[in-house]
Design a protein around this ligand. Structure first.
Ligand code: FES
Length: 166
């Protein structure tokens, strides 16, 4: 999965990129916003991939190597997971109230994988994010880069089965 298949994160309509862009702008796109920007990326996407790192580096005019260094140094940050497919469940307030916990529990029961883990066969990585910025769609998850909203447990498992070919 790619975090988001985007040609240009700066003009993307994806609310996750908008959250990141807003954080960087709030700091005048200055280098000192690096850690906070990575926090926002982590919270919006559930992990930080190359596309996000490159975007942050260019926007803040910080060398990519430094962005990578910071992202790998702090345990708080998660780099792109190893699974062939990725499901990021939003556990922000709105999504949590609407049942994000049940979605995670159902995945754990069915695939034996909890948040932050990848299935033994390497097919699926499950992660959590703090808010995708589209709370009206709660509970929401991003499966292989596509946002899915108002999810039920059955629908989530059905989508995942399809994606991982079960
Ligand atoms: S709380 Fe889930 S998208 Fe905002």
């Amino acid at each position: 999965m790619e975090t988001a298949v985007v040609e240009n994160p700066a003009t993307s309509k994806d609310t996750r990129w908008k959250l990141l862009t807003a954080t960087m702008r709030r700091h005048g796109n200055r280098p000192h916003a690096l850690i906070e920007s990575l926090h926002t990326a982590q919270e919006a996407f559930g992990y930080i991939d190359d596309v996000a790192m490159k975007y942050v580096a260019e926007s803040l005019r910080v060398p990519l190597s430094k962005v990578y260094g910071v992202a790998t140094f702090y345990h708080y940050f998660t780099l792109k997971p190893q699974g062939k497919h990725t499901c990021v469940v939003c556990t922000g307030t709105a999504c949590y109230i609407k049942g994000a916990g049940q979605l995670l529990q159902a995945m754990e029961e069915k695939y034996g994988v909890s948040a932050g883990e990848t299935t033994e066969d390497g097919e699926l990585s499950v992660l959590t994010a703090r808010c995708f910025g589209c709370c009206g769609l709660a509970p929401a998850a991003v499966i292989d880069g596509a946002v899915a909203g108002k999810l039920t447990v059955a629908e989530t498992l059905e989508r995942l089965d399809k994606v991982i070919g079960k």
